[in-house]
Structures are given as structure tokens and as C-alpha cells.
Design a protein around this ligand. Sequence first.
Ligand code: COA
Length: 182
Amino acid sequence: MHPVELKGPRVSWRELAVADAQDMHDLMSDPQVFRYMSDTEVPEVAAYEAFLIEYCATITEPERIRYKLALTLDGELIGSGGVDLSPSGRKSEIGYMLASRHWGKGLATEAAALLVDFCLDTLGTHRVWATTDVTNHASRRVLAKVGLREEGVMRGYSFKDDVWHDSVMHGMVATDERPLRG
Ligand SMILES: CC(C)(COP(=O)(O)OP(=O)(O)OC[C@H]1O[C@@H](n2cnc3c(N)ncnc32)[C@H](O)[C@@H]1OP(=O)(O)O)[C@@H](O)C(=O)NCCC(=O)NCCS
């Protein structure tokens, strides 16, 4: 589906646009935000622009499987995230990042809840999942609060800064009880 617009009490998700390249670069340039990203280097603005041009050309495809979204507060881009569908379209992976100046206000929890509800209610996926580095306690807590259970530790799941890192698999299925929102 296209275009995606998800509104919470405070934050909203909208489609990422080519014009967001500079804001995305600035967001990822914060080492606290970049720490758990899989990329090894923060993409330059031009590289991000090129990626977005290529990506935005795919978002109207009927069999869309990537949803890369901008998180906004009062119209300002304060984070990013999205959903990747499995090839079958029945399972979805969510991800998110938030500018560190906004941490600790529950905004990431609100944003993650919007993604989970989008996956289950709009995309109709049966399973929603996410992975976190075992040391990413804030994100582990966010996922627990929106209803994703910790299903196990995957050893040596990601490689960054010359080190293998363990990750936690978090999941929720459509029949699970959903925590109350708000
Ligand atoms: C993960 C992230 C989005 C969380 O943002 P946030 O603003 O802290 O999230 P919230 O305020 O909604 O909730 C954070 C929860 O984690 C808890 N928390 C934060 N730091 C913690 C820590 N070091 N140990 C344990 N719990 C922690 C908070 O207390 C809060 O839980 P509570 O409401 O029960 O008190 C933010 O840290 C981020 O963008 N990190 C970089 C990118 C990233 O890691 N993305 C996720 C990849 S899986």
C-alpha cells in the first residue's frame, strides 16, 4: 500500500522522501544512534539521496515489501524506521531509530506500537519480529512494551567494528494479546 501515514498521540510515521537525505544523514551521524545500525559507516548525503531515489521508485509497486518511513514530531523528522515484509507477505520485520535528544520520553514506544498495529491490522501479517543487540536494553524494553516477546538469543548474529555480536529475537503473532496503547 502507498502512501503510508500512521498517526499516534504525539508522533507520526510518513513515507521517506528524497528530500529527507540530509536529515537522515544528520540523524545517523550521532554515534549513539548509529551504534546499533548494521552499516559500517554513516552514508554520505549524496549516497543516501541516491538510495532514496532508487527506493522511492519502488514504493508504488503493488507487491511492495519495503516500507522505509520517517518519524516526525510536529512536522520535524526526529527518527526513522519501517517494515520489511517476507517474500510471502505473511511476516514482517520492524525497525526504528530516534534522535537521542528525544530519548526517554516514550516516543519510541509510541512509534513502535504504530508499526506493530500497521503490520497486524493493515498489512495483515501473522508474525511481527525484530532483532536487537543483547546490550541494547532500551530497544529490548521498547519491544517488550509493545507486545513482542523475547524468543531467544542468536549468537554471533551481527558483525560490526571487527566484533561478532549476539542478538535477541523478539516476536509477536496475530493471536497474541496486544498491550493496551496510549
Ligand atoms: C531504542 C530507542 C529507539 C529507544 O528510545 P527511547 O526514547 O529510549 O524509548 P522509550 O522512551 O519509548 O522507552 C525506553 C524504555 O527503555 C528503558 N531503558 C532505557 N535505557 C535503558 C537501559 N540502559 N537499561 C534498561 N532499560 C532502559 C526506559 O526506562 C524505557 O522503559 P520504561 O518506559 O519501562 O521506563 C533509542 O535508544 C534509539 O534510537 N537507539 C538507537 C537506534 C536503535 O538502537 N534502534 C533499535 C534497533 S533494534
